[in-house]
Design a protein around this ligand. Structure first.
Ligand SMILES: *Cc1c(COP(=O)(O)O)cnc(C)c1O
Length: 398
């Protein structure tokens, strides 16, 4: 992949205060710019033929019967809950240890988030703790494939099916990740629960600026997503636009405007073409990190279970107890290396002071406080990786 120009606006000295190695860098080039330009000049810029084509191509890539594009993953998760009819009085089990949107969508629907702890090795929901969190009000589980690492869907689905609970996969970070089910490697998004939700924010592996996608095997759920994302409109504007006879639409349910634009979808189609290569490169970077960091005493590296293939949306390492997380991050930043703290815990933020039920969340809190995310992106060079590793080594021998 030569001649790809990648701009890292937050990595330039002007914007990033001398950052040499950014935490992430989307890979966008002439193909994406040309695709967006063609849509701008086509005369149809809102949800239209590009969105439809993006949906078809995404569905084919993950092996899903249906894919529905929306404005972002937060709206995708909200639509998933809405289409399942989840609302006031219902409980939804999920992790606190996730981007806050995972919990927020439950509250948008008037339902109560019930937080369970994570496994320290994968940073994903600990399925052994599910049974204790299930009550007669539990209607759904939102299983997060955190940082692109697949959840243990076989175990999780067995528990959910036994209790008749719906499963939504928060696959915001997991486009291009795979899971081995019944001896077969399958893309996350097939889906393995009832609905999977993806994000195309620039921090994820492929991007449309903002964007999201829902996949499902259930035609009725897909129909509801399409209705709800467009104001509950009985006949889409694209159909009316192309009709030779007058069509008057109705508004049959309380819907939303959660649409993706055709510019975004056109960019997304080019990004989809890159996805296998982007994931391949990230897996190479992660393997190299594993090799280089493996010799560093006291550092705990992320674990990939035998049945999982992560897209390595993030690379998370756990610091030894004697090191201060913020100090390590600052020392690296002083060398031009951006890092992030471990994934946040929603239950520690003000909107969740009273608004959630929680079980023991010790592992979630430890992961937030003791882990840091290292720079990882497809075009990361081995030289840059060595700079990160050397900077970390200096911290560890301090
Ligand atoms: C990024 C992210 C989201 C939100 O995605 P948006 O597209 O920004 O709305 C939700 N859940 C998780 C786990 C995420 O990482």
């Amino acid at each position: 992949m030569v001649a790809i120009r990648t701009r890292t606006p937050f990595g330039s000295s002007a914007a990033g205060g001398g950052i040499v190695i950014p935490i992430a860098a989307p890979l966008l080039a002439d193909e994406e710019a040309d695709a967006a330009r063609a849509v701008v000049l086509s005369g149809w810029v809102s949800q239209g033929p590009q969105v439809a084509a993006f949906e078809d191509e995404f569905a084919a890539l993950v092996g899903a019967p249906h894919a529905c594009a929306v404005a972002n993953c937060t709206t995708a998760l909200q639509l998933a809950l809405a289409a399942l009819g989840i609302g006031s009085g219902d409980e939804v089990i999920t992790v606190s240890h996730s981007f806050i949107a995972t919990a927020n969508v439950i509250r948008y629907q008037g339902a109560t988030p019930v937080f369970v702890d994570i496994e320290p090795e994968t940073y994903n929901l600990d399925c052994a703790r599910l049974a204790d969190a299930i009550t007669e009000r539990t209607r759904a589980i939102i299983a997060v494939h955190q940082m692109g690492m697949p959840c243990d869907m076989a175990t999780l689905m067995a528990v959910a099916r036994r209790h008749g609970i719906a499963v939504i996969e928060d696959a915001a970070c997991a486009a291009g990740s795979q899971i081995c089910m019944n001896g077969q490697w399958q893309a996350i998004g097939k889906p393995h629960g009832d609905i999977a939700c993806f994000s195309f924010h620039p921090r994820k592996v492929i991007t449309t600026g903002e964007g999201g996608m829902l996949t499902t095997s259930d035609a009725e759920l897909d129909r509801k997503f399409r209705l709800l994302r467009q104001h509950g409109m009985s006949v889409p504007d694209t159909v009316r636009h192309n009709s030779t006879s007058v069509i008057i639409e109705e508004y049959v349910v309380l819907g939303y405007n959660f649409r993706m634009t055709d510019m975004q979808a056109a960019i997304g189609r080019r990004q989809l073409e890159r996805l296998p290569e982007l994931v391949g490169r990230r897996r190479t970077v992660a393997a190299k990190y594993g090799e280089l960091l493996g010799n560093l005493e006291g550092l705990r590296l992320p674990t990939e279970p035998a049945w999982a293939r992560s897209n390595w949306q993030s690379y998370c390492v756990r610091l030894p107890d004697r090191l201060n997380q913020r100090t390590v991050m600052q020392n690296l930043l002083d060398k031009g290396i951006a890092t992030r703290r471990g994934i946040m815990c929603s239950h520690r933020e003000l909107p969740y002071a009273k608004a959630a039920q929680r079980h023991d969340l010790r592992q979630s809190e430890l992961a937030q406080d003791r882990a840091i995310l290292l720079p990882i992106y497809a075009q990361m060079t081995e030289d840059n990786m060595r700079l990160v590793v050397e900077a970390l080594r200096t911290e560890l021998v301090r």
